[in-house]
Design a protein around this ligand. Structure first.
Ligand code: ADP
Length: 302
């Protein structure tokens, strides 16, 4: 199985023909309220892949709590490690115009309450049933780093999607088995402007030099570059017609982690992740666009 330690938000999205200018009010065309947060999205994707999936996270005491928890539950994520804390559930406030351009304010709220002790406790409780730990950076950095150390100590395969990109302490990198940055995250973290396979390989080398065993740089329609000390391999993307690329990375990481946990070899797991990422771009929205295993498997086998 898979344990995700990460964020849960209620994604509150207003759609309007154009975005309001500063101080302006515009009329919208539509509005949605759905489960989101990188942690939750990756947990849903891992559960869709067929892996028993737990999420260690915090929600608040408000109406959004019920919405996000029922979303996770509907998608098959086990909620025993989700804690309800004082205060409010995290929110992503999103505005989208007719061309798909958006702006987003993420307010962590309850996500900031996830602490080291909770993470230690959750890893202890589920360690016998999971093989893979998925981490992102929408929770407190120290807590994500603590999870990496504890997960490694428990013998889990530790996967970090370093998003949103931010500096991490030097001593955490050796605890990470796999990192899965996209081009822009790899650029921010390594200082190497990632624009093609050659620069992606140089960015990957930065992670390996710091002690990460395996860097997988995802390149959108350019597929993914997998780099270990022993080998560099480029995986071309599955051909799809994208309508909205939101959550492609979360689909990738969730299905990749689920496939690893199921015992598939790492190259096959990358193909599952890539097929899921490609399919996620063919539907609008974040968590509602995450594909099912019944869609991913046929694409992997093409
Ligand atoms: P993020 O959403 O984090 O920016 P990417 O855009 O790199 O992540 O997408 C993750 C993976 O999803 C890619 O490695 C690729 O396999 C797949 N993918 C993303 N966009 C496309 C696309 N336009 N066509 C085909 N596959 C895609």
């Amino acid at each position: 199985g898979v344990l995700v330690v990460g964020s849960i938000t209620a994604d509150v999205t207003a759609f309007s023909r154009r975005l309001p200018r500063r101080g302006e009010t515009v009329l919208g065309d539509d509005f949605t309220l759905v489960l989101g947060g990188k942690g939750a999205n990756q947990a849903v994707a891992a559960a869709h892949s067929g892996a028993p999936t737990w999420m260690a996270a915090c929600v608040g005491q408000d109406p959004f709590r019920d919405i996000v928890l029922s979303g996770l539950e509907t998608h098959g994520v086990t909620l025993t490690e989700v804690r309800t804390v004082e205060g409010r559930t995290g929110v992503a406030h999103i505005r989208v115009d007719a061309s798909g351009e958006n702006d987003i304010v993420i307010t962590p709220l309850a996500n900031a309450s996830l602490d080291e002790a909770m993470v230690t406790e959750s890893i202890e409780r589920v360690r016998d049933r999971v093989g893979v730990l998925l981490l992102q950076l929408e929770i407190r950095t120290e807590v994500a780093c603590h999870a990496a150390r504890q997960g490694a100590a428990a013998g889990l395969t530790v996967v970090l999607d370093p998003a949103p990109a931010q500096e991490l302490p030097d001593d955490v990198w050796p605890y990470l088995d796999i990192v899965t940055p996209n081009e822009s995250e790899a650029t921010v973290l390594t200082g190497v402007q990632v624009t093609d396979l050659e620069s992606a390989e140089r960015a990957a080398a930065w992670f390996l030099e710091r002690g990460v065993s395996h860097a997988i740089i995802t390149l959108g329609a350019g597929g993914a570059l997998s780099v270990t000390k022993e080998r560099t391999r480029h995986f071309p993307a599955y051909a799809v017609t994208p309508v909205d690329t939101t959550a492609a990375g979360d689909a990738f990481t969730g299905f990749f982690g689920g496939a690893l946990a199921a015992g598939l070899d790492v190259d096959t797991a990358i193909q599952y992740g890539m097929a899921a990422g490609a399919l996620a771009t063919t539907k609008a929205g974040a968590s509602p666009s995450l594909p099912g295993r019944d869609e991913v498997e046929p694409l992997v086998n093409t």
